[in-house]
Write a protein that binds this ligand. Structure first.
Ligand SMILES: Nc1ncnc2c1ncn2[C@@H]1O[C@H](COP(=O)(O)OP(=O)(O)O)[C@@H](O)[C@H]1O
Ligand SMILES: [Mg+2]
Length: 327
């Protein structure tokens, strides 16, 4: 935005703390992007020292209602799953154990002048456990889980977006939690797309700067479906990149074993593992659930092999329909 426009906005925001901060933040970001680092730093110092609302502000009615970031863009999610509900590769299990150990010894590590890995990027196709793993990870750490809807942030009135992002990061800086930024690919796309609104690209850049700067009290986890050609400008901001791939036959076996652990049946589901290769966990789950449901609908005690093969062919049909839609 042109400098003059920002100044006008700044003056017009008098008395409205949140809006004032949003505009001020934008000015600072612009200076940073122009590489005026000294000015940006001193502006930030001044901004950080202005706490509270100016005198008389309460008597001014806000013209633009400012959304409360915590309510509009972030949901607290209950943790209902645990380690026994997820199939993880040996590599990922090792990565997560390492992160948990490091987090628990965080104070000692920081005392020795080092930082604790706390910004994670989860990559992989849909339905392969990014969200589920974030939940279980939070549970293991004993931290609350907050899910941020990035699409809602981006589509919020752009002038306010930087302020909303700032609020969310401020929250994660103070509150020990797992902050989960889902659909992070929407951001990456907005950044690359030449047709995207200039201001939107600025918002994306400011978000990346926030990620760069922040040291969360807990973890910041971003998830993206883009499994290839991830812009290095994005992933280098994260301390760890974790891949969630579609399961191979062995992993599908483990999943089926887990799913049918307490289910009465007259067939061995593991025999189907090979034929399910290429499906995501979410798709295999749908097959299992449909097969089990079929036995309930027929008031049978046992799930039959036929229920399972029928559920597989339904999933195939569904898939082929979807691929037709995509072409
Ligand atoms: N690795 C996994 N182990 C067990 N179940 C999984 C796994 N990945 C996905 N699922 C099942 O699929 C559902 C959707 O997975 P989700 O974590 O939302 O995928 P993503 O976030 O990668 O799109 C989960 O709720 C779970 O039932
Ligand atoms: Mg997800």
């Amino acid at each position: 935005m042109a400098r003059g426009e920002l100044m006008k906005k700044l003056l017009a925001s008098y008395g409205r703390e949140a809006e004032f901060r949003t505009v001020a933040e934008q000015i600072i970001l612009e200076e940073e992007q122009k590489n005026n680092k000294v000015l940006a730093r001193s502006l930030r110092k001044s901004l950080d020292s202005t706490t509270g609302t100016p005198a008389g502000a309460k008597t001014l009615a806000p013209l633009i209602p400012f959304p409360d970031a915590a309510n509009d863009f972030m949901d607290r999610v209950d943790i209902v799953h645990n380690q026994n509900d997820i199939v993880l590769s040996a590599t990922n299990t090792r990565v997560f154990h390492g992160l948990i150990k490091e987090f628990k010894r965080g104070e000692d590590i920081r005392r020795n002048g080092m930082t604790v890995r706390s910004k994670l990027l989860f990559c992989g196709p849909p339905g392969c456990g990014k969200t589920l793993c974030a939940e279980i990870f939070a549970g293991e750490l004993g931290l609350p889980l907050f899910v941020v809807k990035l699409d809602r942030i981006i589509s919020s009135y752009l002038g306010e977006t930087a302020g909303n992002i700032r609020k969310i990061f401020e929250f994660a800086r103070k509150q020990p939690c797992v902050m989960f930024l889902d659909e992070f690919d929407a951001l990456a796309r907005a950044r690359d797309d030449p047709s995207e609104h200039n201001e939107l690209r600025r918002v994306v850049n400011s978000l990346l700067i926030f990620i760069d700067r922040m040291q969360p009290k807990g973890f910041l986890v971003a998830a993206t479906n883009l499994d290839q050609s991830l812009d290095p400008a994005i992933w280098r901001r994260f301390d760890e990149v974790v891949w969630f791939d579609r399961p191979d036959a062995k992993m599908i076996e483990r999943y089926l074993q887990m799913k049918f652990r307490n289910v009465d049946r007259n067939f061995n589901p593991l025999e189907f593992a090979d034929s399910l290769e290429g499906y995501s966990y979410a798709e295999v789950e749908r097959i299992c659930v449909q097969a089990i449901k079929a036995s309930i609908i027929d008031r049978r005690k046992q799930v039959r092999g036929a229920d399972f093969t029928k559920a597989i062919s339904d999933e195939r049909r569904r898939r082929s329909g979807l691929s037709r839609l995509a072409t």
